[in-house]
Design a protein around this ligand. Structure first.
Ligand code: NAI
Length: 777
């Protein structure tokens, strides 16, 4: 071929990146790696091969982490933790800064090794993954510096376990290790079995940053090693990224252990194109959304929703663009789409696509031999078809059309996931109207796959819980320095031998959808005063009552979009009405508990004022992300939240859970104190006279231990809090795996209800959504 031919043809020739240095590094380790524990590699043990997906070539042998290895790593991390946490924030910041600089200094080696081990195009690992890794360490160096001044009451969790996937091996390491270390924790990280190499190289490099021994430990291995790590009793927090199935197992394995948990799981993210969108940009965006890393991305825009009027044109342009994508050797700098991670995964993708009955368009590009799958577009599927609902985790896009924005929202939300979404329209009003309506943790407007350490990333629903990035992400690596004492169960007063019964019989019903309702089961129990006086009867709620209450809460969806001003007014009004009946409530508390109730009523009124005040002052943030544009951190309600109220503070505890929930726009299903339920049932009348729409607060009395698993297993509940004095943490967390709801439980520790109105309540009552808004034409 002459130079003239090349100019005529304008086709790309191969531009392979050399892998010599990466192979040299592997060779320096004799092609065998042990775990990295306490600042050094231990000798390699029995294990498995890691291969280059593109060629099948064996790259190295890594060790399968055993229970003994985990033990060694966790105890090294434990030994190092208190000294690491005791370092001044400035010293930790310096070390994180050094890690960021080292990532930059070794960027090319890390990028090439990443591409070799996971098959993603070198352009991606070099230009996206590595810069984001460095940025994450820089940003968290800053958080380490500022932490003590900004969050003086918070301290580290302790020893953290990080279990990460194979699609962004080094970036996921950075997302876990940087905030963990910034917060004063030590880490044991298990990389994915298919991609362990960059974590090992990073560990080696970390020695040059002056990271004390034991602060970062890497144990390689498969899911069994991961399971042993998360279950280890010496672990205080688990951070996981991976499949929803494994996320469920980890939720179950850690239930009731007191370990912190964040889960970043799968998705089926919608990519919505309106008819006024800049279609060429939207096509380009879509290439990035679904063919970035071969679609093996948790937030891949894998569900195209395109407005009917432009669908044909859009599909035509998309197919033309697909046909031009270059697929092949990931080390070639001209390649757009690299290899699929493993033949096993390739077989999974192939089987899923082969089983579908839609119209399939495959990119008309030659596929090299090996582990590759062509960019694929599938149309003509119904909304319920498996490919519309299940994560493929490959270069497979499914497409549907819609007519109206309302239909687009409905289709977008027709998934059990809620990770990310893209909205393409030139109409800013429409874009900003759509963003809050989509159930997702991240929304990109006229963009896709924008990430930054300052901006929170994470999901809702079965995409998991917790955020990574920003202050909101850091909070998941911290806990209050002062922990409550062990809580003793507070039990109902037993029936006396010599009951005193006087006055007119009073039976408190349940409160559902703004109306009093008889308990479905038809069971009630007597409530006695400590002196043996019958105070009334209270309904024993069951599964059906909870179902009705959750339905009523869903029906009250207008509350989520009511203005913060209105929510504040209603909560002030509740306070006013409680205040008008303060003596009556104080008397009721005295009758039930035998203690003077005045202070508790006053504290409850003050608490209502606090949350009325906060309702319109919980501000979002504008994140200074490194693009021409902004990322908005918007506080949204979590949704419909169940809360099991404390026994020991029957009115104040009830109000302390209800008020933050409704102030932030949630709807609540509250189970009052089991021992002293009548303060909450008297409260119906306060709610009825306070302009609170029916269904925003629902109250189901009953036995905590019976209702907790019902609430935990409810598929339409977005979160569940438990402050019961009988420690229900294990039951709540274990029961929550069905829809992976957010749980907030007391782990059997006492809460000081006179002070319980802090930012932790606000955080638990809100979901941070990051909305990315690039500027420009
Ligand atoms: P996976 O969820 O099985 O693996 C992720 C990590 O968890 C790996 O390090 C693995 O060794 C570990 N692990 C597996 N079982 C475990 C257990 N019981 N306890 C603790 N750790 C355990 O993901 P896999 O098999 O690599 O991919 C399967 C599917 O998961 C993909 O097809 C895709 O749908 C999804 N996935 C989602 C990711 C995301 O970023 N959300 C990333 C990777 C996979």
């Amino acid at each position: 071929m002459t130079i003239r031919d090349i100019f005529d043809d304008m086709s790309y020739g191969p531009a392979p990146e050399s892998a010599t240095e990466a192979f040299d590094w592997i060779a320096r380790h004799d092609g065998k790696f042990g775990h990295f524990i306490n600042g050094a590699f231990i000798p390699a043990g029995q294990g498995f091969e890691t291969r280059a997906p593109a060629t099948g070539q064996v790259l190295a042998q890594v060790t399968q982490g055993s229970a003994a290895d985990i033990e060694m790593a966790v105890s090294a991390a434990r030994k190092a933790q208190s000294k690491w946490a005791a370092l001044p924030g400035h010293r930790r910041a310096q070390i994180l800064y050094a890690l960021a600089r080292l990532v930059q200094k070794h960027a090319r080696l890390l990028a090439v090794l990443e591409t070799l081990d996971c098959g993603k195009p070198i352009r991606e690992s070099r230009d996206i993954d590595l810069p984001l890794v460095a940025r994450h360490f820089y940003y968290h160096a800053g958080l380490a510096q500022l932490l003590e001044a900004e969050q003086p009451q918070m301290g580290p969790m302790g020893v953290c376990a990080a279990v990460i996937p194979w699609n962004f091996p080094l970036l996921m390491l950075a997302w876990k290790v940087a905030p963990a270390l910034a917060a004063g924790n030590t880490v044991v990280l298990k990389p994915a079995e298919w991609t362990p190499l960059t974590a090992l190289l990073f560990a080696e490099i970390s020695r040059e940053a002056g990271l004390p021994k034991g602060v970062l430990n890497i144990v390689t291995g498969d899911g069994e090693t991961g399971a042993a790590l998360v279950a280890h009793p010496g672990v205080d927090k688990v951070a996981f990224t991976g499949s929803t199935g494994v996320g469920r197992k980890i939720r179950a394995a850690t239930a009731g252990s007191g370990k912190g948990l964040t889960l970043e799981l799968g998705g089926k993210s919608p990519y919505i194109v309106f008819d006024d969108a800049d279609l060429d940009s939207a096509v380009e965006g879509l290439v990035d959304a679904i063919w970035f890393n071969g679609g093996q991305v948790c937030c891949a825009g894998s569900r195209l929703l395109v407005q009917e009027g432009v669908a044909e044109r859009f599909h035509a342009r998309l197919k033309a663009r697909m046909d031009g994508l270059r697929i092949g050797d990931p080390l070639d700098k001209c390649i757009d789409v690299g290899a699929i991670i493993d033949p096993e995964h390739l077989a999974r993708i192939t089987a899923m696509v082969d089983a579908c009955d839609g119209q399939i368009h495959r990119a008309a590009t030659d596929l090299p031999a090996g582990c590759y799958y062509p960019p694929t577009l599938i149309t003509g599927l119904s909304a319920a078809s498996p490919l519309m609902q299940e994560e493929v985790f490959g270069p497979v896009l499914v497409s549907m059309t819609f007519r109206t924005p309302a239909e687009a929202v409905e289709l977008a939300n027709n998934t059990r996931y809620g990770l990310a979404a893209s909205v393409w329209t030139e109409n800013v009003n429409l874009a900003l109207d759509m963003a809050p309506k989509i159930r997702a943790g991240v929304v990109w407007i006229n963009a896709t796959n924008l990430f930054d350490a300052a901006a929170g990333f994470g999901g809702v629903r079965e995409s998991g819980f917790g955020r990574e990035g920003g202050w909101e992400g850091l909070m998941a690596w911290l806990r209050p320095k002062v922990q409550g004492k062990a809580l003793k169960p507070v039990l109902p007063v037993d029936a006396p031998a010599d009951p005193q019964v006087e006055g007119i019989d009073r039976t408190a019903k349940l409160y559902i959808g703004g109306k009093q309702a008889r308990p479905d089961g038809g069971y009630s129990r007597a409530v006695w005063s400590p002196k043996g006086r019958l105070l009334g009867h209270v309904g024993i709620g069951n599964r059906k009552d909870i179902r009705n209450a959750v339905e009523a809460a869903h029906a009250a969806k207008g509350w989520a979009s009511a203005t913060a001003h209105l929510r504040a007014q209603v909560i002030y009004y509740i306070a006013e009405n409680l205040s008008a009946r303060a003596d009556e409530f104080a008397d009721r508390l005295r009758q039930m508990t035998g203690k003077d109730g005045k202070a508790e009523v006053e504290a409850a009124i003050a608490r209502l004022f606090t949350w009325a005040a906060r309702a319109d002052k919980v501000e979002g943030r504008v994140k200074p992300v490194p693009i021409r544009g902004v990322a908005l951190a918007m506080n949204e309600p979590v949704g419909v939240v169940g809360a099991i109220c404390p026994d020991e503070a029957p009115l104040l505890g009830f109000v302390s859970l209800m008020a933050p929930l409704i102030a932030m726009g949630n709807r609540a299903v509250l189970v009052p104190s089991e021992a002293f339920p009548l303060a909450a049932t008297d409260f119906y009348q306060v709610l009825d006279t306070s302009d609170l729409p029916g269904g925003v607060v629902n109250i189901v009395t009953g036995r905590h231990a019976e209702l907790a698993p019902v609430l935990a297993g409810h598929m339409d509940l977005d979160a569940l809090w438990s402050f019961s004095s009988s420690d229900l943490s294990a039951r709540v967390e274990a029961g929550s795996t069905a829809n992976l709801k957010r749980c907030w439980v007391n782990h059997g520790r006492a809460t000081d209800w006179t002070r319980a109105d802090g930012p932790d309540f606000q955080r638990a009552a809100t979901e941070v959504k990051t909305v990315w808004l690039p500027y420009g034409e």
